[in-house]
Write a protein that binds this ligand. Structure first.
Ligand SMILES: Nc1nc2c(ncn2[C@@H]2O[C@H](COP(=O)(O)OP(=O)(O)OP(=O)(O)O)[C@@H](O)[C@H]2O)c(=O)[nH]1
Ligand SMILES: [Mg+2]
Length: 204
């Protein structure tokens, strides 16, 4: 229950399978997006203080709905389904993709996006699109290159070069060693506005 002294006092409040089912509130939402199996749910749990609230998958495609967690403060964290997961039926995959797109494009509460990338993988087109979407909508962006514990020293240097060649400076992190987690928590807390501006409110 207690999440440690750096914890955000996270509490699960709702799952939504449709945009209409999302909570109606004034909280600014800091969402975690990225490829399926990248480590979004794991990172959300770690940033929240270590309690395993968001379900972590043994196989990709674990998170299929939008999952809302409130903090002890004015924020909400949102665990999003991943893209690129092919093992569900085509119909289910389309439904999940549409839900994700609706949330990212239309949700008025969305104030910060943490794009979670596997540090071992080259930047994918979807990740570029998420970065563009954040810029276009004026949403704060945090880039997290996770599973850093899985990289050798040479691979770490290579990953850093690869991202910086793309003009990106992600926070390298790992939920196994805890490296970078505090930095991501700090960025989320400092970048996310406490309340969404009324002018940007929408019903969706
Ligand atoms: N070694 C290592 N494994 C990790 C790390 N973060 C996540 N994992 C593992 O990666 C797998 C996927 O993690 P999830 O957090 O479920 O990934 P997700 O992005 O939420 O996946 P979906 O919900 O399917 O989109 C799990 O087996 C995790 O234990 C990390 O920092 N290091
Ligand atoms: Mg997940």
């Amino acid at each position: 229950m207690m999440a440690g002294h750096h914890g955000l006092e996270l509490r699960f409040v709702a799952s939504a399978a449709r945009l209409e089912d999302c909570p109606r509130w004034d909280r600014v939402e800091a969402a975690f997006a990225g490829r399926s199996n990248a480590g979004k749910s794991s990172l959300l749990n770690a940033v929240g203080g270590g309690t395993a609230l968001a379900r972590v998958g043994r196989a990709p495609g674990q998170t299929r709905t939008l999952n809302f967690f409130v903090t002890g403060g004015a924020l909400a964290l949102v665990d999003l389904p991943g893209y690129g997961y092919a093992r569900v039926s085509a119909v289910a995959a389309q439904g999940i993709a549409a839900l994700l797109r609706c949330y990212l494009e239309r949700r008025g509460n969305l104030g910060l996006l943490t794009v979670v990338m596997d540090a071992r993988r080259p930047l994918a087109q979807e990740e570029r699109l998420l970065i563009e979407l954040a810029a276009r909508r004026g949403i704060e962006l945090v880039l997290a290159a996770t599973k850093f514990d899985r990289l050798s020293t040479a691979e770490r240097a290579q990953a850093e070069r690869r991202f910086s060649a793309a003009g990106l400076r992600p926070v390298f992190c790992s939920v196994k060693t805890g490296i970078g987690v505090e930095e991501i928590r700090r960025r989320i807390l400092s970048a996310a506005p406490a309340r969404r501006p009324p002018a940007l409110c929408s019903r969706a």
